[in-house]
Write a protein that binds this ligand. Structure first.
Ligand SMILES: [Zn+2]
Length: 179
């Protein structure tokens, strides 16, 4: 089975998402549907902080949490806020292809040098920071990690519809991860 379900027509969106904000997310972002007007948030998007990710969604449509690798660790209070106060029932966790969090070790030298140069850190502290945190925040595979986060969050929020997606850097489209 293909790991990703590409969506370039609305009929490719699985029927179970009909009438949900997940369906709308695909329509806006992938299919260029005209933006509707919203006054209340419809969903929460948790995605990577990567600068290449840009979402074509209407104003007021979605809460957004962006962190390296779409890692939602320590984001639970914010997620709970969106669910309770924002009244949202749908969450998309969106990993992406070519995520820098899968190859942190390649950036170690630049990471240390950059902190020393730009942030005026000592080299020792920068190395320690990298070594301490790169294991915690590094991921092996974008799809596997997104599925793992979704599975963790589904256990935490059993009443909420939580869907794993991938943002493809190649064509800037969203794809569903086949589960
Ligand atoms: Zn990333």
């Amino acid at each position: 089975m293909e790991r990703l379900l590409n969506i370039s027509e609305s009929k490719q969106i699985p029927e179970r998402y009909q009438g949900t904000p997940i369906f709308k997310l695909f329509e806006y972002h992938n299919l260029g549907k005209e933006h509707d007007v919203f006054t209340n948030p419809q969903m929460l998007i948790g995605s990577c902080m990567d600068f290449r990710l840009s979402f074509n969604i209407p104003r007021n449509f979605s809460y957004m949490i962006r962190t390296g690798g779409a890692n939602m660790a320590n984001m639970e209070f914010k997620i709970s806020f969106a669910i309770s106060v924002g009244d949202i029932k749908h969450i998309a966790i969106i990993g992406h292809s070519d995520c820098a969090m899968t190859k942190l070790s390649l950036n170690e030298t630049k990471f240390v040098r950059g902190l020393v140069k730009h942030a005026k850190w000592t080299k020792k502290l920068a190395i320690k920071h990298f070594n301490n945190k790169s294991l915690e925040f590094g991921i092996k595979d974008e799809i596997d990690f997104t599925l793992k986060e979704v599975s963790r969050l589904r256990k935490l929020y059993p009443g909420i519809d939580i869907v794993p997606l991938i943002y493809k850097i190649e064509d800037c489209k969203l794809a569903l991860i086949n589960e």
